[in-house]
Design a protein around this ligand. Structure first.
Ligand SMILES: C[S@@+](CC[C@H](N)C(=O)[O-])C[C@H]1O[C@@H](n2cnc3c(N)ncnc32)[C@H](O)[C@@H]1O
Length: 224
């Protein structure tokens, strides 16, 4: 029987414990983030190897942040010079949390947050120079919707993401995505094959080893 890997299990316990105490504030460099109960935190063991620090020099770019959570990546993009940022999340509480943090950091003139299942409510015909996607990465059945930020059963969100993403990219646009070798069957090879199936090539912008796992930041571009 497949079990939840240790790191996501520990992250779930931390998210639950923090949620019981209510909203709390985290400083990520110069960005202030209020983490609403059960929204994916920017300071978890999971996020330590995420890609906030890679979001630099986005002067004039149009950015979409898919699965924005607290809004951290969208805010980082706005502070890195993006001309506009759209940020979406499936969960109502994440949308509320991201809107709150966008205001808290004084970037509400640059960022629009809306509730959307991946690209479902992103208007067709709009294209972005950069799509940021820190999606759920553990292939495990979702038993508790409060931990939706961690689990992608059957890797279906990733499949839908790659099926639709190219329609939202400008000619030279790219997707930046963080991934780790956390669960059997949803490792790097599977991600790379899936992206290839939908016409994307990739480069690995960064590799780190942390908490007993390999973490990668991928850049995907449409082939041809
Ligand atoms: C791993 S968290 C990342 C949050 C944030 N981007 C960060 O880096 O801290 C994944 C986020 O994706 C959201 N999500 C999961 N499935 C989604 C979907 N189908 N459409 C939009 N957002 C989704 C979750 O609610 C969660 O906020």
């Amino acid at each position: 029987m497949v079990t939840i890997p240790e790191l996501p299990r520990k992250t779930m316990a931390d998210i639950k414990k923090n949620a019981e105490e209510g909203t709390y504030r985290v400083d990520v460099g110069s960005i202030k983030i209020d983490v609403f109960p059960y929204v994916f935190p920017p300071d978890s063991q999971f996020s330590r190897s995420s890609f906030y620090s890679e979001i630099t020099d986005l002067d004039g770019l149009r950015v979409l942040d898919v699965g924005t959570g607290t809004g951290i990546l969208a805010i980082a993009a706005a502070k890195a010079g993006a001309s506009m940022v759209d940020a979406v999340d499936l969960e109502t509480v994440a949308v509320e949390c991201a809107r709150h943090n966008v205001e808290l950091n004084g970037v509400d003139h640059l960022i629009n947050v809306c509730q959307s299942d991946l690209f479902s409510r992103v208007p067709e015909g709009v294209t972005y120079d950069l799509i940021l996607a820190n999606l759920p990465i553990v292939d495990y059945p979702e038993e508790d919707v409060r931990f939706h930020s961690l689990f992608d059963p059957g890797f279906k969100y990733h499949e839908r993401f790659f099926a639709d993403a190219r329609g939202y990219l400008s000619g030279a646009g790219m997707v930046m995505m963080c991934h780790a070798d956390l669960s059997e069957g949803s490792g790097f090879g599977r991600l790379e094959c899936l992206a290839g199936d939908y016409g994307f090539d990739y480069t690995i912008a960064q590799t780190t080893f942390d908490l007993g796992h390999e973490w990668r930041i991928y850049e995907f571009r449409v082939i041809g």
